[in-house]
Design a protein around this ligand. Structure first.
Ligand code: CU
Length: 175
């Protein structure tokens, strides 16, 4: 029973971990405020849909300043505009502004096709190596200590085990 519960908890935890990882590449929202884009600079994976939502009081728009495809209509408060950055946009930066308030600028950089795959593996391979090199030195420094230090620990462990055994014996006698 306990093992089953443990398995259920484990699978639930795995689900919880996998769900945010899957949605990480999904849609991104940029808030249009009076008078800025938030976030103004954004990096997304290819295939990401970015939605600009006018959360300000004034009308705004999203218009490319570098001739690329961003071209919204005038967005009234509450309106939104979406654009999907494709695989062929990898490595490109889209610069844009609000033509009504030209001081409002922003850009979206689409990460390179090999960039998203290398950065997680690089960080994954980088993190175990310092810990792997740290653990042998830790065990080496711990080894001389264990000669003297492990005896009281062993005695404490044995005492604990005896105590538990005694408790079980007492309970059996009572029951
Ligand atoms: Cu504006």
């Amino acid at each position: 029973m306990k093992r089953l519960l443990y398995l259920i908890i484990l699978s639930l935890a795995a689900l919880l971990i996998s769900v945010p990882a899957a949605s990480a590449q999904d849609d991104v929202t940029v808030s249009i405020q009076d008078f800025s884009f938030n976030p103004g600079q954004l990096t997304v994976a290819p295939g990401t849909t970015v939605t600009w939502v006018n959360e300000g009081q004034a009308p705004h728009d999203v218009t490319s300043t570098d001739g690329k495809g961003l071209a919204s209509t005038t967005l009234q408060p509450g309106d939104d505009y979406s654009f999907t950055f494709g695989a062929d946009d990898a490595g490109m930066t889209y610069a844009y502004q609000c033509t009504i308030h030209p001081e409002m600028t922003g850009n979206v950089t689409v990460s390179g096709s090999d960039e998203p795959s290398t950065s997680p593996s690089a960080s994954a391979s980088a993190s175990p190596s310092p810990s792997a090199s740290a653990s042998p030195s830790a065990s080496q420094s711990a080894l001389p200590d264990t000669g003297g230090g492990s005896l009281p620990l062993l005695a404490a462990g044995a005492l604990l085990g005896l105590g538990i055994l005694a408790l079980i014996a007492v309970r059996r006698r009572v029951a």
